[in-house]
Ligand binder design. Structure first.
Ligand SMILES: Cc1cc2nc3c(=O)[nH]c(=O)nc-3n(C[C@H](O)[C@H](O)[C@H](O)COP(=O)(O)O)c2cc1C
Length: 216
């Protein structure tokens, strides 16, 4: 019923059954050791393991979408960034998003902000009014709370329908052997994930109702 594909070689699970929903997941970081990449991949895997319906989660790596540094002069010179166009294509093909935010000086990591700016010039409502689960983590005690606030304020203007959010402080102590070790934090994480998933279940039910109605 489920599959997870990634742009890396470490595909975690495959399936031959029909896929009905595609969640695009990514860390807003280009660090090759990104803790947000670890968290978002964990979330993508958990999503598929608890879903009642077929869901495919595709984990992107922002290193595959590097753009020149945005400026209006650069935009005049090159028109649009091809990587932003490819990124937007992924966003438009998705039914929902899981994004884990790295915090640099209280804000987005520069590589993500750059891609975000280029993409916004192609399509301001880049998230297409689709459901979003927002995550953040950092090694410190606030877990990226500041960048989380910035995303919560700004992403809806770009078409994000933020369903739920979860921040994990002190990543290196809190995420051990590939999981969230504290039971309360894990339950909070699951609550956010399940709220996100519930939007797809509602869609499945509405589709099933529609199919029944049109058969009558
Ligand atoms: C330039 C820079 C600024 C940072 N600023 C913050 C910050 O404001 N708040 C915070 O919690 N961590 C901050 N950190 C630590 C990051 O949270 C940490 O590097 C984390 O691993 C970034 O996420 P990533 O591994 O997914 O890229 C900063 C790190 C760098 C390199």
């Amino acid at each position: 019923m489920t599959s997870v594909t990634t742009t890396e070689t470490t595909t975690t699970e495959t399936t031959t059954t029909e896929t009905t929903t595609t969640v695009v997941a990514f860390a807003a970081s280009t660090s090759t050791t990104s803790i947000n990449k670890q968290l978002v991949t964990f979330a993508a895997n958990q999503l598929t393991s608890v879903s009642e319906k077929a869901v495919s989660a595709k984990v992107l790596d922002l290193n595959d979408y590097l753009c020149p540094l945005f400026s209006e002069d650069m935009e005049k010179a090159i028109g649009k960034a091809e990587s932003a166009e490819a990124f937007l294509t992924e966003l438009q093909a998705a039914d929902g998003f899981i994004i884990s935010l790295a915090e640099h000086n209280g804000n987005f990591a520069a590589a993500f902000k750059n891609l975000y700016d280029w993409t916004s010039r192609l399509e301001r409502k880049m998230f297409g009014d689709k459901p979003m689960l927002l995550l953040s983590t950092s090694p410190g005690q606030f877990g990226g709370a500041s960048v989380m606030q910035i995303a919560q304020a700004g992403f809806p203007r770009m078409g994000a329908n933020i369903i739920s959010q979860f921040s994990l402080p002190r990543f290196h102590e809190a995420f051990v052997d590939g999981t969230i070790t504290d039971k309360t934090q894990y339950n909070d994480f699951l609550a956010a994930l399940h709220a996100f998933q519930a939007t797809f279940k509602a869609t499945f039910q509405a589709t099933a109702r529609h199919n029944t109605d049109t058969k009558q």
